[in-house]
Design a protein around this ligand. Structure first.
Ligand SMILES: *[C@@H]1O[C@H](CO)[C@@H](O)[C@H](O)[C@H]1NC(C)=O
Length: 233
């Protein structure tokens, strides 16, 4: 019986060596929190789900809810994996929204209200043309040029309009002054209430106008984000 044990040990060593050699390939997957092996059996899927739950502090109150979330998680994982096999210029991974359906995510987190656009009439639609289109690069990665702040989380508040606005202003401020400073979405949510509706949605155009008439925005650290509507401070 000693011989099979030794040979399985050898096999394990051989396996770990080949896994090690594969690691430069596997690393791309592990960054985003799963490996192709995770998709090969139900046990591995459950293991991945449990470790994902632990990582994001997910708690489900009934076994039914957990099973339902696991199903959605598997759907999302399949979508992620299929996309990663198909596209080469970006990667998808598991973040803390991985147990939500597309519809749940949309209704909970997206707050853009394009139907607001007509509210003030059409006087705001001004055309824009580039003056010099001769020498434009194919693409610009503004992150590499230092014009983009960290990834922020809007939470369960339909304030995407405030985040979009603030990211654009943070960027243009860096491009013009060289100073990248995080600015306050919360100030927009609490104070820009004439046309925008806080966690119930809004539109960037109105927020830009608000910033102009307000003379700017507070810094993020001075007026931090609370993931809900507050009173204008
Ligand atoms: C950038 O601008 C912010 C806001 O005005 C200011 O507090 C900060 O000191 C500036 N940073 C630098 C490096 O100039």
């Amino acid at each position: 019986m000693a011989i099979p044990t030794i040979s399985s040990k050898i096999l394990l060593i051989v396996l770990s060596v080949s896994l090690f050699q594969l690691s430069s390939f596997a690393r791309d997957y592990s960054i985003v929190g799963y490996s192709p092996q995770d998709l090969t059996s139900m046990d591995k899927l459950i293991e991945l789900f449990e470790s994902w739950m632990a990582k994001h502090g997910k708690i489900y109150h009934t076994i039914e809810e957990k099973l339902q979330r696991f199903d959605i998680f598997k759907d999302n994982l399949n979508h992620i994996d299929e996309t990663n096999k198909r596209v080469t210029n970006y990667w998808l991974g598991l973040n803390h929204f991985a147990d939500l359906t597309h519809e749940e995510f949309t209704t909970t987190y997206l707050g853009l209200k394009p139907e607001l656009a007509g509210r003030r009439g059409s006087s705001d639609s001004r055309e824009f043309t580039y003056g010099d289109v001769v020498d434009l690069p194919k693409s610009v990665d503004w992150r590499k040029k230092g014009a983009v702040t960290r990834v922020k989380n809007q939470g369960s508040c339909g304030s995407c309009w405030a985040f979009s606005t603030v990211a654009a202003v943070e960027g243009i401020n860096q491009i013009v002054t060289g100073n990248l400073t995080e600015l306050s979405e919360q100030e927009l949510i609490d104070c820009d209430t004439t046309y925008n509706s806080g966690c119930n949605g809004g539109l960037m155009d109105y927020a830009f106008s608000f910033i102009v008439s307000n003379g700017g925005l507070r810094k993020e650290e001075d007026y931090p984000y609370i993931m809900e509507e507050g009173t204008c401070d």
